[in-house]
Every structure is written in structure tokens, then in C-alpha cells.
Design a protein around this ligand. Sequence first.
Ligand code: KIV
Length: 290
Amino acid sequence: MSTPSAITRFRLDDFRRAMAAGEKLAMLTCYDYTTATLLEASGVKLMLVGDSAANVILGHDTTLPIPLDFLIELTAAVRRGAPSAFVMADMPFGTTSSVSAGTRNVVRMVQRSGCDAVKIECSRGHIRLIQNLADQGIAVFAHLGLTPQSVQRTGYKAQGRSAHDALMIADLAGDLINAGASGILLEAVPPEIARLITDRLDVPVIGCGAGKYCHAHVVVLHDLLGLTPRSPRFAPRIGDAGLSTRRAVARYIDDIAKGRYPKPAQGFSLSAEERAILKEELKHWAGDRD
Ligand code: KIV
């Protein structure tokens, strides 16, 4: 039985159809309700509630400290703001370290947030978990290439820059898809890797600094909007929301300092009758306090 709903959601099948038709899709990170409504109204069909929230929302210098429950709350907010988008939720560091813990945590994310898919930074050790999640009908995107949760081992450097490493990544992508992953997200790798994968595997491939052969591209929204002090070389800085925010806030400070804010129309008034009563009361009020 299906439940009636006025909203048509962009689903994994729509993503596959777009891919088959050669359409290229835009994905953006999103971490809150209001922004989700704006992105949805702008026509963004794919949103990622990334653990990059650890950096841009919480101010950490790595993604490692972000708690699962915090990311679940953010994802649920994005879901409410963008009911028709395909919302992908990141699984934070340490939440997929075994099949049993990983399954428990992913199920918790899916049930509580209403996301359409999860993304897991994968190594070969994740194959059994991916199999188990696929058996339960959960759509998983395997994040390969630069995986920021491995910063202590690899640093933040582009990956797959030798023929050997490129083949290792493409090979692992194949094994994860055979295990049941629904798609791949490639970060900071040469375009040849995306080409190898898109030529051989019939699944959506999302690039984040992975070149033109990917079916969709994702960047951190704060980089796109110019809200961060600097961004990776592959992230276009199209907006200048940093500048417009600084200007608006400076104007607010100045309006208060110069008495331009608040104006009477920006507040609430007493009726003439209540004002007269108040005036009368105040005559006694001063006396009562003596
Ligand atoms: O957390 C994130 O935002 C990501 C993307 C940049 C791929 O994983």
C-alpha cells in the first residue's frame, strides 16, 4: 500500500534515469531547514548533509568530532525543508567501524532523519557492511578518493594520482557496487578514475573535485556562496554572501548607533485610551514607591 502525498520526490530511480539520459546534476551540501527551502526553490534536486558540518557549522578543523545524533537532527531539518529533494546523509567518523554497529547506526540515521540514502567513507573493510545494508534495502553511496575521516593517515591530499592507485580506487568501487552500494562519490581524484568507473559501472557517480565524467557534482555550499575564507581549488566561488552578510550587519550596527532603528512602525503601540490610563496610573505609581 502506498500513502497519498502531494509531493513528488526526486528518487534514486530519477537519478539513474537522468544519468542514462546524459543529464548532469548539481548537488550541494545543506545543513538546515531554511537553506533547504531556498535550495529546493532554486531547483537543487540532490542535497548532501555532509559531515563537513563539523567544519562550517561547528568550527572544528577536521570532521572527526561530529556526533551522529547531531547529524541526524540536521538531516531531519533538511528533509523538512526540502521534501522533494533526494537527501543524502553522511555517516560520521567511527559510526561504521563494524557490521553490527554500522548497521545499527545507519538504520538509526534512516529512521530518524527520513534521508533517501547514506554516504559512507569506504575502505575494503566496509564490503560486508554494504552487503548487509543493501540486504535491508538501504541505498548507500560509497565515498572514495580523498576521505577526510582518514585525515590522520592520509592528510588532505588528492588521491589516485598514480596509475596503480587509480586502478586500486576503480577496483574498490567495482567491489563495493557488487556488494550492493547504489552509487559512488569520488573526492579529489584525477578525471581518469571517474571515467574508468562510469565506463564500467552502471551506477550514479558524484564528483567532488573528480572531473567532468561524473554524473553529478557536489561542493560545500559555504564555499560556493563565498562564506568561507578559502575553498578547495575545485569549488567554484560564485556568490558573495560573506560580503553581503558583513555589509548588512555593519548597517544594522550603525542604524542602532545612529537611532535609525527601531522606528515606531517596527514596534507595538498602546491605544490612546490605554495610554491615558497609564498616564493616570503613573501619577500614583511614583507616590506608591515612596
Ligand atoms: O561532508 C561533505 O560535505 C562531503 C562532500 C564535500 C563530498 O563529504
